[in-house]
Each structure stands twice: as C-alpha cells, then as structure tokens.
Design a protein around this ligand. Structure first.
Ligand code: PBG
Length: 388
C-alpha cells in the first residue's frame, strides 16, 4: 500500500515536472515567475522540488479548488455573501427618565438617558435609517420603588406614557417593553423578595399586571427578562384573556447571570440591592440548560427566543437556532458595547469595521434579530455605504 502511494506520488510529480517548456509567445506575467535568485533555497529547484512550474512558466501549487476565486472581487463577494444584516433586523434599546434633559451614561459613551421629548427625536432619527423597532428601559425615582414593584403597572408611569407617545407619533414603529420588576424594585431584583429569596409565582402575578398595563398603552411586543419559571405561559394567558391576542412575546429565553450587564445597571441605577441574580439567571457554564428554557418558552407561547449576552454566547444562539423554528434574537448587551467603545476611544479598534463585523457575526451564528445600542449608528453607516 505504502509502495503504491509512493509510486503514485512519484508519477504525479514527474508528470508535472516533465511538462514541455512554455513557448516564448505565452510567457506569463512577470509576477508569476519564480524569483529564485535571492536565497540559497529555491522551492522550484532540486531533485524533489516543493513547488512546480506550469505550462506558462509560472510557479504552480497544483490544486483544482481555490476558494479565493469566490473572493476575487467586490461583485463576487457580494454575490456569494451568506449573511447580510439590515436595519430591519435591529431592535434599538432606549433608556428613558422623567427629567426634561438628556443624561450621558458614563460607562456607555454615546448612549444617554433620554427625556421623553428627546426619545421621540431619537426614534425619528433611527427610523429615518430604517430602524423600526425599539425597546424601552426606564430609570425610576427611588421613592417609587417598592418590593412588589407596583410602579411597574402604574398606567401613568413612565413606560406606558412613553409607549403611547411613540405609538401616537409613529404608528409604524414597533414598540417593545421589558417585563421585569428591577427598575421598580427597592431590592434591586427582578422579582419580589422574601427572606432574601426571589419569589417565583408571586413575581409572575406582578408581571401579569405589568404586561396588561404595557399592552393597554399600545406595546406591540412584551419582552420578559425576569427569568421566573412559567412566566411566558402566564403572560400569554393574561394578554389573551384581556383581548391582546396580537401582542407578541419576545422571551429572554437564555438570559445568563452575566457581568456584562454592569453598564446597563449604571444607566438605570438598578444594581442588585443584595447578592446577585444567580438563583434566576442562568449559569454561564451551562449550554444545554438553554435548551430546557427554549422548549418551555416555545411550549408556553413565546413568539421569539432571545439569548443574552450576545458575543460570548454565540454557541447558545446557534444551539437555539438549530433546535427551534422560532426567530432567534441576540442581545448585544451594555458591557459588550462599552468594551468596543473603550477600545475605539483608545484608538485600538476601527469602530465602524468592528461594529459591522460584530453584528454580522450574530447573523452568522443564527440570530435573526439583534438588540444593540449601536442600532442607529450601524444603520447610518450601512446607508452611507449603500450596504443594503
Ligand atoms: C433587567 C434587564 C437587564 C438587562 C436588560 N434587562 C439587567 C439585569 O438583568 O440585571 C441588561 C441589558 C444590558 O446589559 O445591556 N431585567
């Protein structure tokens, strides 16, 4: 066998080396010719040359398949592109507060807590670049925070007012709301606390009131980010029983107990009052567990499944994509945004290139929808470059 292989190799090699010399008329471009004069080793010379010379007197690494042919021009690269992100894929998260000015968020340069008036300006601008979907995150005054998070279902609270403002000014915008108690909790947790524990079912009772309040204000999509067991089904039933059968549920299906949420919690002043969120958010070590959550959310009536954070969890996005026929969303979270911004500010990364690459990678991993603080900026870059 070994002998056969060797002789086969030998015969192939000789059939290449014994080719007739090129005719002077078909001399190749100068750049194809081997330059064998500048070093004491020539890959095309000697009794066993590593590389050979073709009919056109050029260096040849014999091979039929050359993947670079499909990359040779912008036109061909565009033709064979497997994944294309467009602004229609984006959901733009907006921080809002009751003040009449906008407040910079130190750990998220370029993001701000908008006044309700400026929120409308931001929505209008983003819509001009093709971003049509928004998700709202409120900063709530400390005096309104309670353990039961009752402000979450105050019909005159900041979120219901913001939703109806956007919907009345821009009926074609899609407005998503976050469903969880943390912005309204004096414990800094996503649920009701008793004896240091986060109560599952009591919290869901509150979340059902929160979604009805949001739906009445005109929310198109509600996005439970609380990670209580059974909340998707309960929220679906609450919505349906009140006639909101058209309101969609974007479930934070695989939401991890992540250190990447730090800047978001700065933005909303919503750091946990005690402990951490590990009894309800998933352990970053676990991949299969995301599939348990996905099966449940799907069975309970979720319309879309989200993975959060994004970049460090691309494998989870892919697993969900391969195991569900529902659209998959990825949340490119605050800490990921801040990391990019910090490197860009240092001059270490090219912002536009790294952001557009990052967003495309979400698509390639299987995300149909991308929540990103870069939504408006990325859509603007795409428009400027004629990318869609
Ligand atoms: C809270 C919520 C969080 C984020 C979205 N909704 C923070 C948390 O769970 O503590 C994080 C988003 C981000 O970091 O960009 N329910």
């Amino acid at each position: 066998m070994k002998f056969l292989l060797l002789s086969l190799l030998a015969s192939t090699a000789s059939s290449f080396t014994l080719l007739p010399p090129p005719s002077p008329l078909s001399l190749p471009l100068k750049s194809m010719q081997p330059d064998n004069t500048d070093f004491d080793f020539s890959p095309t010379s000697g009794p066993e040359p590593a590389l050979i010379i073709n009919n056109a007197a050029g260096v040849w690494v014999p091979q039929r398949t050359r993947p670079r042919r499909n990359r040779k021009s912008q036109a061909i690269r565009s033709m064979v592109k497997e994944n294309l992100v467009t602004p229609a894929n984006f959901i733009y998260p907006l921080f809002i507060h009751e003040e009449n000015y906008c407040q910079d968020i130190e750990s998220m340069p370029g993001c701000e807590r908008h006044s309700l008036e400026h929120m409308l300006v931001e929505v209008e601008e983003a819509m001009r670049y093709g971003v049509k979907t928004f998700v709202l995150f409120p900063k709530v005054a400390d005096e309104l925070k309670t353990n039961y998070g009752v402000e979450a279902y105050n019909p005159n609270g900041i979120v219901p007012r913001a939703v109806s403002l956007i919907k009345s000014k821009f009926p074609e915008a899609t407005v998503c709301t976050d469903v969880a108690l943390d912005p309204y909790s004096d414990q800094g947790h996503d649920g009701v606390v008793e004896d240091g524990k986060i109560l599952n079912d009591v919290t869901i009772n509150q979340l059902c009131k929160q979604v009805i309040c949001q739906a009445r204000a005109g929310a198109d999509v509600v996005a439970p980010s609380d990670m209580m067991d059974g909340r998707v089904g309960a929220i679906r039933d609450a919505l349906d029983s009140e006639g909101f059968t058209d309101v969609s549920i974007l479930a934070y299906t695989a939401k991890y107990a992540s250190a990447y949420y730090g800047p978001f919690r700065d933005a909303l002043d919503s750091h946990p009052g005690f402990g951490d969120k590990k009894t309800y958010q998933q352990d970053p070590s676990n991949g299969r567990e995301a599939l348990i959550e996905a099966l449940l959310d799907e069975a309970e009536g979720a319309d879309m499944l989200m993975v959060k954070p994004g970049m460090p969890y691309l494998d989870i996005i892919r697993r969900l994509k391969d195991n569900s026929n529902l659209p998959i969303a990825a949340y490119h979270v605050s800490g990921e945004y801040s990391m990019l911004k910090a490197a860009v500010e240092k001059g270490w990364l090219n912002e536009k290139d790294v952001v557009l690459e990052t967003l495309t990678c979400f698509k390639r991993a299987g995300a149909d929808i991308i929540l990103t603080y870069y939504a408006k900026q990325a859509a603007k870059w795409m428009a400027e470059d004629g990318l869609y």
